[in-house]
Ligand binder design. Structure first.
Ligand code: C2E
Ligand code: CA
Ligand code: CA
Length: 636
């Protein structure tokens, strides 16, 4: 309010803003008050007699000056002149008339109210002081006999004065009070808006945008509310729901379809809830339901119903999409009382449900904590480890059994631990695959391997090739071919020097998608090796589809070929098959001379194993390549 009514002489800025609008209003009001006062003055002049004529005439002049200042936007000056001129006109009129009993004194209260409404403390105090002083002067002059009040008999002119004074005060006060009312209305509206936007912000901070469900942060708050009445007799459950095959749906149908599925699932879950139960979007395709329960059997039935809802086909833009979910349940206070721990334990139980074949639910139990928790912790640690560059790529040579030269090196990832131990890929790659992190890890290994090989080709062996293991999940991810192409461009490694090691399990599903990618890689000139041959799918019909140039006989057959005749014949058959398909053959896991000799006899061209070298770090591999010879090893 003080912004509106406060007095300062700042001229209005060019851009209209709130302050300008208020200044405009003040200016308009001042112009109106000056004009109305001038009209009243002119009317008074028409009936005035004697000295009053001069008083009204000088008042009129002063009011016109105030009008001019108001017109020129010197609002503060205009206000002081207007009020000053008014008080002096009234003062002079009372001196010229009946002193303290003159009608002009009627105008003083109006003047004070006017100053209080129009201005700040300064103007109000000034006017109050001036008016009081004037009254004191008039009274003193009268009491001391200097002034002899001239009390006229009442005439129609006096009535006109009264009407004019009252109208003037009435008009001014009315207009100002209206302004104040309007202003307080505007302020009230602003307040409502602020409150609404504050509520909106709180809602946004609490809500997941896609599903409009409470988000994880708000979920914790809801849990706190529920847990107030939670005890052994009134337990609470955190039901962790994870969609089993969300990623393939997302990949195959696109993100918009994935979003649609989540929205439809949200509606289904919400329909299952009664008062006091909440569903929260925990993360991507993860939801949690918070509910009190009376006994675990009922909770199990509830979970079964939820599973049923998740596995009922979804209609996504006229496509029937099948999905399912795995559910883990942790209970308070039995398993824990903190929201974070309960979610973690429900998540562990959910992993167990996934392990048990998906589309099922599982209550948390400390017994299965260990193995799953280990994997869980591994996963938790893996992402930051990748960011911090804690992983390392080791290399193992693949040796030409004729020449004894290392023709290529296989990149094998390692995760060194702070205590000096090493976590092997067999332990963490499956976890990375199930979490999707394999894509990032795989991309990183690919880049490291290509960089290493490009350097070695430049400095030591122009012929050197590098093999990189590619997991099925990684291969199937949308932009795999692009990632390979980028790695080659970035490192300058020719495509023919890169070999991707794939397993036959790749061909089990999504044949068209995978075939397309295999064709593209083949066109790019990248080689493909079939890894772990003999352990998996081994559908010979599909082998051709790989465009493979190499077949790697799994080490489990090689280990036992000197002790088991069966395995020896299997290896021989595999070598024969590989030769007849025009593929090069690599035997993995050669640990001794005897195995090596047998393999050479069987016509195997390449070998890999501890007999030549264990996987070693980059620096050691560089030194090994400089020596570059395993002739002694292969000579018999
Ligand atoms: P793989 O592709 O069959 O790799 C060969 C494995 O056999 C390596 O184990 C290697 O250390 C081991 N090996 C080689 N020669 C011998 C030998 O003479 N005796 C014995 N006992 N073992 C030998 P590693 O490095 O533990 O890798 C295990 C598996 O992890 C690999 O099997 C591969 O499937 C996977 N892997 C490794 N690095 C990566 C990677 O960067 N990405 C992906 N997706 N998978 C990887
Ligand atoms: Ca391999
Ligand atoms: Ca292998």
């Amino acid at each position: 309010m003080s912004t509106f009514l406060s007095l300062s002489d700042n001229k209005m800025a060019k851009q209209p803003n709130d302050e300008d609008l208020f200044n405009n209003l003040r200016r308009r009001r001042l112009l109106q008050f000056c004009a109305v006062t001038m009209v009243a003055c002119i009317l008074a002049l028409l009936v005035a007699r004697g000295s009053s004529v001069y008083i009204f005439a000088s008042g009129l002049l002063s009011f016109s000056i105030a009008l001019w200042f108001a017109y020129k936007c010197y609002l503060s000056t205009a206000s002081y002149i207007l009020l000053g001129a008014k008080s002096f006109t009234l003062f002079l009129l009372s001196i010229a008339g009946a002193g303290l009993f003159d009608l002009a004194i009627l105008g003083y209260p109006g003047l004070i109210v006017f100053a209080a409404l129009l201005g700040g403390v300064g103007l109000f105090l000034t006017v109050l002081t001036v008016v009081t002083t004037q009254c004191v002067i008039v009274a003193s002059l009268t009491i001391t006999g200097v002034l002899i009040p001239n009390t006229p008999s009442i005439s129609w002119e006096h009535l006109l004065f009264v009407v004019l004074i009252l109208s003037l005060i009435g008009f001014s006060v009315f207009v100002l009070v209206q302004d104040i009312k309007r202003l307080s209305y505007i302020l009230k509206q602003e307040n409502i808006k602020v409150r609404e936007s504050r509520e909106e912000i709180t809602k946004l901070a609490h809500t997941d945008m896609l599903t409009q469900l409470p988000n994880r942060g708000f979920g914790e708050e809801l849990f706190q509310r529920l847990s107030v009445s939670c005890n052994d007799k009134n337990p609470l459950a955190v039901i962790f729901i994870d969609v089993d095959n969300f990623k393939p749906i997302n990949d195959a149908l696109g993100h918009a379809a994935g979003d649609e599925l989540l929205k439809q699932l949200t509606t289904r879950l919400k329909n299952k809830l009664t008062d006091g139960q909440y569903v929260v979007r925990y993360g991507g395709d993860e939801f949690i339901i918070l509910t009190a329960f009376s006994n675990k059997d009922k909770l199990a039935t509830f979970a079964e119903n939820l599973l049923h809802d998740c596995s009922t086909p979804f209609d996504i833009w006229d496509n029937e999409v099948m999905a399912s979910a795995s559910i883990g349940i942790a209970c308070a206070p039995e398993h824990d009382t903190s929201f974070e721990q309960l979610c973690r334990k429900a998540d562990i139980a959910m992993y167990k449900a996934k392990k048990d074949g998906r589309d099922t639910f599982c209550f948390y139990h400390p017994n299965f904590n260990l193995a799953i928790e280990e994997k869980f912790n591994l996963l938790q640690r893996m992402r930051p480890a990748l960011k911090r560059g804690e992983f390392e790529v080791y290399f193992q040579p693949v040796v030409d059994l004729q020449s004894g030269r290392a023709m290529s090196v296989e990149a094998l990832i390692r995760w060194p631990q702070p205590d000096g131990t090493m976590i092997g890929p067999d332990k963490f790659i499956p976890a990375a695959e199930s979490s999707g992190l394999i894509k990032e890890i795989g991309t990183w290994v690919l880049l490291e391997a290509c960089t290493f090989c490009a350097n070695q080709r430049q400095n030591i062996n122009v012929e050197l090739c590098v093999s990189v293991n590619v997991s099925v999940v990684q291969f199937k991810s949308g932009d795999f071919c692009q990632i390979v192409s980028d790695a080659l461009t970035q490192t300058g490694l020719p495509p023919k020097a890169l070999e991707l090691e794939l397993t036959e399990s790749l061909l089990i599903e999504d044949k068209a998608l995978i075939q397309g990618k295999l064709n593209l890689l083949h066109q790019m000139g990248v080689s493909i090796a079939i890894d772990d041959f003999g352990t998996g799918y081994s559908n010979l019909g599909y082998l051709r589809n790989f465009h493979a140039s190499k077949l790697k006989i799994d080490r489990s057959f090689v280990f036992t070929m000197t002790t088991s005749k069966n395995d020896a014949s299997l290896v021989e058959a595999m070598i024969g098959l590989s030769n007849s398909l025009g593929l090069k053959t690599v035997a993995e896991g050669i640990e001794d001379q005897e195995t090596l000799s047998k393999l050479i006899d069987m016509g195997c061209q390449f070998g890999q194993g501890y007999y030549f070298s264990k996987p070693i770090d980059m620096k050691s591999m560089q030194q090994l390549l400089t020596r570059d010879a395993f002739e002694d090893n292969v000579q018999m």
